[in-house]
Design a protein around this ligand. Sequence first.
Ligand SMILES: Cc1cc2nc3c(=O)[nH]c(=O)nc-3n(C[C@H](O)[C@H](O)[C@H](O)COP(=O)(O)OP(=O)(O)OC[C@H]3O[C@@H](n4cnc5c(N)ncnc54)[C@H](O)[C@@H]3O)c2cc1C
Length: 294
Amino acid sequence: MEFDAVVVGGSFAGLSAALQLARARRQVAVIDSGLRRNRFAQVSHGFLAQDGRPPSEIHAEAKRQLLRYPAVRWLEGAAHAVRRSGKSFEVVTDQGAQRSRRIVLATGVADQLPDVPGLRERWGKSVFHCPYCHGYELRNGHIGVLAVGPVSIHQAMLLPDWGAVTLFLNDALTLDADQEQALAARGVRIERARVVRVAGRAAIQLEGQREVELDGIFTASLTQPASPLAEQLGCEFDHGPLGPFVKTGAQQETTVPGVFACGDLARAAGNIAVAVGDGAVAGSAAHRSLIFEP
Ligand SMILES: Cc1cc2nc3c(=O)[nH]c(=O)nc-3n(C[C@H](O)[C@H](O)[C@H](O)COP(=O)(O)OP(=O)(O)OC[C@H]3O[C@@H](n4cnc5c(N)ncnc54)[C@H](O)[C@@H]3O)c2cc1C
């Protein structure tokens, strides 16, 4: 059979896109390998009506509601390749090739964390990237910013609204006089010693056997698309301070006709609320394109 749309990625953006297509009574397949970006966090914040709920629960409920629509087929596993085939597309999956008239890419991004021992294990628990998601719970405590490059200045300037901030340069960043002054004006302390590891809940151990106890650590994770499908299709990319993302227009259409992209894959920085919003736009736009751009 040929689907009207295949949505690759069945997390917040993909589920939202698929819901619009299913409600338009179109045949839609969702292909999902189950690696949500926030799978490391126990609790999610900032998504209206779901604040403080485990992200796994929000996702499970959204998936359950989507699968009530008989026109939806859920394909567990990865989409390995996608190519144009005449006026349609062919997607290679673990369950064989799937044909579809439209593609919605919602595959998210992969986080690249600084190579500091102890950091990765604490990702989503006491090490974060987004203050809007996890800053409030630090209760105005002592916050560390682990530098990865110039983007960390932005993070350190922002975070004093959530607590007392120390910026750990860790040889990843050199500050000029203006930057030092701007950070000082926000009350940010600068620590120049090299970071050896993260220990305890959120303690940064420094060269010279010093340790700084913190309530939480923020670091700007650099991101890459989690799958090569957009590149395979020839989609154009934009470049933000954290990494590349798929270029889209106001209707989440990519530069390749018939291909839409939404969520973290198609934003300089994202969260659940905007992934759901973008997904709704992508799904309904993909539906309209079936009628008006056959
Ligand atoms: C530690 C952490 C905590 C966070 N906390 C919050 C928070 O509190 N509040 C908030 O709003 N946001 C939070 N975020 C951000 C949030 O996780 C993302 O903005 C959101 O998950 C983006 O949704 P998405 O659907 O675009 O991508 P994702 O949720 O990353 O989902 C992408 C999906 O695509 C699948 N996929 C990828 N490639 C393929 C392929 N080739 N074939 C099939 N499937 C594929 C993946 O397995 C995954 O299921 C957090 C992020 C992190 C890292």
